[in-house]
Design a protein around this ligand. Structure first.
Ligand SMILES: [Fe+2]
Length: 225
């Protein structure tokens, strides 16, 4: 079942879909590209949110706006949790895991790597028994020294790859290295809208091998609660 593990299709909750109509059009586009299951992952920035509970209520309200009209029926709720200092100690943080699973998608800051980032990721997995998925790891090539990338990769997280990674030589080469070294990978569109950041499975599907895609698509099943 082709699964999009990272996208911003819920309306009016982050910098993704601006209204239910955009959400529905994005989902229709995904469906036309072959997507059968979607994990909706609106941004969660701890410093901007009142609480995890408040975020979850907002997310549910956004979902209700599209639930009946969505052309893709299998939508799971998740979050893209920004790694901030102290994030692992926020009450209820474990509730941001993909629903029904022990998977949590975490996004590193776009800044030079610091060891506290790995510590927060480690603490979340150790304290709550969650499996961390590191969002679009290939995007950090420009911010991260080789040895720091090695520390990140050694953290036993699942690595999420945006479809767009196949569009540039450097990122593609990095993803190929991850594939060769057999890191666990999951794919996602990280779609935000109908413009520049639209669902882009059509091009990616030409580049991702069937075997790799199948592994990615089975990830939710492997981490069911
Ligand atoms: Fe994202």
């Amino acid at each position: 079942m082709l699964t999009d593990h990272h996208c911003h299709i819920l309306p009016g909750i982050d910098d993704g879909a601006d209204c239910p109509e955009t959400s529905i059009s994005m989902l229709a586009m995904m469906k036309a590209q072959g997507v059968e299951r979607v994990v909706a992952t609106p941004h969660f920035y701890a410093h901007r949110e009142k609480s995890v509970e408040h975020y979850l209520e907002k997310r549910q309200r956004a979902f209700e706006k599209i639930r009946n009209d969505s052309p893709i029926k299998d939508i799971r709720l998740g979050a893209e949790v920004a790694v901030e200092r102290g994030i692992s100690e926020i009450p209820g943080i474990e509730k941001l895991a993909f629903e029904g699973t022990s998977l949590i998608l975490m996004e590193l800051p776009y800044a030079e790597y610091r060891p506290w980032m790995s510590e927060e990721i480690y603490n979340i997995s150790a304290e709550y028994g969650l499996k961390v998925i590191m969002a679009h790891i290939h995007r950090y090539l420009d911010y991260t020294k080789k040895e720091d990338m090695e520390s990140l990769l050694s953290g036993k997280a699942i690595l999420q790859i945006n479809n767009e990674a196949f569009d540039t030589f450097r990122q593609r080469r990095f993803v190929k290295k991850l594939i060769k070294e057999d890191y666990p990978l999951v794919f996602g569109s990280d779609a935000h809208n109908l413009g520049k950041r639209r669902p882009d499975w059509d091009t990616a599907l030409k580049r991702i091998s069937a075997k790799l895609l199948e592994k990615s698509n089975n990830t939710l099943e492997r981490y069911l609660l």
